[in-house]
Ligand binder design. Structure first.
Ligand SMILES: Nc1nc2c(ncn2[C@@H]2O[C@H](COP(=O)(O)OP(=O)(O)OP(=O)(O)O)[C@@H](O)[C@H]2O)c(=O)[nH]1
Ligand SMILES: [Mg+2]
Ligand SMILES: [Zn+2]
Length: 559
């Protein structure tokens, strides 16, 4: 860029990205979610039930023009800027003591966080009280066949209904990954399982026992990753599996075991090297004792030879909250995940949205928000972060080009709890000083966020050492010969789950002695780490079925 153009670009950039509370950012018309519930809510609802009252109004038309204008600015100015230009302007500014005090003044019953606690990251654990007071530090997946009671169990423990979309409510089916936090406590006085209690994420750390009045001890702060069980949503389940520390496998006692997604979900978490699986035999209110025993034997036979062979099998009724204390007990006794708090942070973006309600006045507008989870490291309020790959587009020759995004973290939240810093575990909402246009409508889903220059490369292709399952475990006829998976074929398109994103990928090369080293072209390109486990699925009819998994050996072309 020549000098004049560069100067001009910087001036426009300066006004554009400083205008979030000024005139430029006004009234972006996306149907974002209300502040307060954003961290818990699934991906923004494109079919919001709220009618758009301003559709024909002047303001709406103005917004449309502003949106177009922003697209032009992003395409012709932001995408042309270099990383150096942007980083010269953006600097990490950690909050002052006064700002920290103000941040925590709203939630006095929770621990006050301070940067000094994390100054030596090798000293912190998922049980550090100051951390566990505000954020979940373990992710528990709920997996299993459709309608076996995953969402009902999450609600029974956390009090949160994870299905929030209109389509989910209408059809009584989970479509999107749902998140809900729960604090798990033990009463020192109440006997046996009665001692185990669960409350929401905002509950104080030592509440009084409702039964005996004794002070409860906070044992764990967990986040449920509530997966869909429907067979067409397997890719979504796999995205959730990549962040689980342990899983609850729900099996409905009133049905023969195993059902197709009971098998497929268990295979998926086994492939992701998940060791801790708790089996929950649900809906026991619907059957007699003999039938429950017979079902128990079926579960035992099914679990034999899998990583769940030694798992406890807990009979419950999620609907009637029967024996939920036993589930809490087992959750409290899971091993503490080994975390890497020291390495540079790696945050997987699962959702991205505009939290401003339509028609928000200009002075009240907030920047963009991404929701996701940290797989390692720590992010701090006020820090500059990079999002990679940021904006993906194609050039005139049809080749992918990428402009990574850089921004300052202006807020950190999980459910309703404010945070000064975030560590691995739970769904974290990161408020950024970027225009909400950039984060609206899930635009950044599947991206990685971390410190500038410290994130993995973006690859247009990856080479994977593959392991195929012999059969399709997720279909009804899985016992028949016709359900053999067979080989991966040259030029076939498989769905690869890398981190929390699913990418339809063409097989462009097959090599290796056992023809198990496969090169996939990723479209669009994505960040991948060498050694990372990926799962892949093949399309059968209208849906993707899990066929195997593998480790990334090397990246192909970088972008
Ligand atoms: N009788 C009885 N019904 C239950 C129980 N648990 C769940 N249900 C019912 O089973 C249906 C499915 O429950 P969900 O919790 O939505 O099942 P799910 O596994 O989350 O379903 P997907 O996420 O769509 O796979 C609902 O109508 C629940 O009310 C239970 O313990 N007893
Ligand atoms: Mg559900
Ligand atoms: Zn008690």
């Amino acid at each position: 860029m020549n000098y004049k153009l560069k100067l001009y670009t910087l001036i426009i950039y300066y006004y554009y990205f400083n205008s979030l509370n000024g005139d430029w950012g006004l009234g972006i018309g996306d149907w974002g979610l209300g502040i307060g519930d954003w961290a818990q809510s699934p991906i923004p609802n494109p079919q919001s039930p709220i009618p758009n009252p301003q559709f024909h109004s002047k303001k709406y038309q103005t917004n449309k023009i502003i949106k177009l204008f922003k697209k032009i600015i992003i395409k012709y100015i932001y995408l042309k800027m270099t990383e150096k230009d942007i980083l010269e302007k953006e600097k990490t500014i950690l909050p002052s003591d006064e700002e920290v005090q103000k941040l925590f003044s709203k939630s006095k019953n929770l621990a006050i966080q301070s940067f000094s606690t994390i100054s030596d990251p090798s000293k912190i654990t998922p049980l550090t009280p100051e951390i566990m007071s505000r954020q979940a530090t373990m992710n528990i997946g709920t997996i299993g066949h459709v309608a076996h009671g995953k969402t009902t169990l999450v609600r029974a423990i956390s009090g949160i209904q994870t299905t929030k979309h209109k389509i989910e409510k209408e059809r009584n089916i989970t479509y999107y990954l749902g998140y809900a936090n729960a604090k798990l406590y033990k009463c020192p006085k109440c006997p046996d399982l009665d001692a185990y209690k669960a409350y929401g994420s905002g509950m104080e750390d030592s509440p009084k026992c409702e039964t005996c009045g004794e002070k409860l001890e906070l044992l764990r702060h967990i986040s449920f990753v509530d997966c869909p069980g429907h067979d067409i949503l397997m890719a979504t389940m796999l995205n959730g599996a990549s962040v689980m520390d342990a899983a609850l496998l729900l099996i409905a006692a009133n049905m023969e075991c195993p059902q197709p997604q009971t098998r497929e979900h268990l295979a998926a978490v086994e492939n992701m090297d998940l060791e801790n699986i708790i089996i929950v035999q649900n809906k026991i209110d619907l059957i007699k004792e003999d039938a429950a025993k017979e079902n128990y034997n079926q579960i035992k036979a099914f679990a034999k030879g899998t990583k769940a062979a030694k798992s406890p099998i807990i009979p419950i009724s999620a609907q009637y909250k029967y024996n939920i204390e036993a589930v809490i007990y087992y959750l409290c006794n899971l091993p503490i995940p080994k975390r890497d708090f020291v390495s540079p942070p790696r945050f997987i973006v699962i959702r991205s949205f505009d939290i401003n309600k339509p028609g928000t006045e200009a002075e009240n507008l907030q920047g963009g928000v991404v929701g996701g989870t940290l797989v390692r490291g720590i992010i701090r309020l006020g820090e500059i972060v990079e999002i990679k790959p940021g904006i993906i587009s194609k050039n005139e020759e049809g080749k992918y080009i990428v402009q990574n995004l850089y921004s300052r973290i202006v807020s950190l939240k999980t459910e309703t709890n404010d945070l000064l810093y975030a560590v691995p575990g739970g769904l974290i909402g990161v408020g950024l000083k970027v225009d909400p246009f950039l984060t609206s409508k899930s635009k950044l889903n599947g991206r990685i966020l971390g410190h500038p220059g410290k994130l993995p490369d973006i690859y247009a292709s990856i080479v994977v050492k593959t392991h195929l399952m012999s059969r399709y475990v997720g279909t009804k006829g899985a016992d028949k010969n016709s359900s053999h998976v067979g080989e991966i074929k040259f030029k076939e398109v498989l769905l690869i789950n890398v981190g929390s994103t699913s990418i339809a990928s063409e097989v462009v090369d097959i090599s290796g002695e056992n023809r198990d080293v496969v090169k996939f072209r990723l479209s669009p390109p994505a960040c991948a780490e060498i050694g990372e486990t990926v799962a892949f699925s093949r399309k059968l009819g209208h849906s993707w079925r899990l066929i195997g998994w593998g480790k990334v050996l090397e990246g192909g072309e970088t972008i």
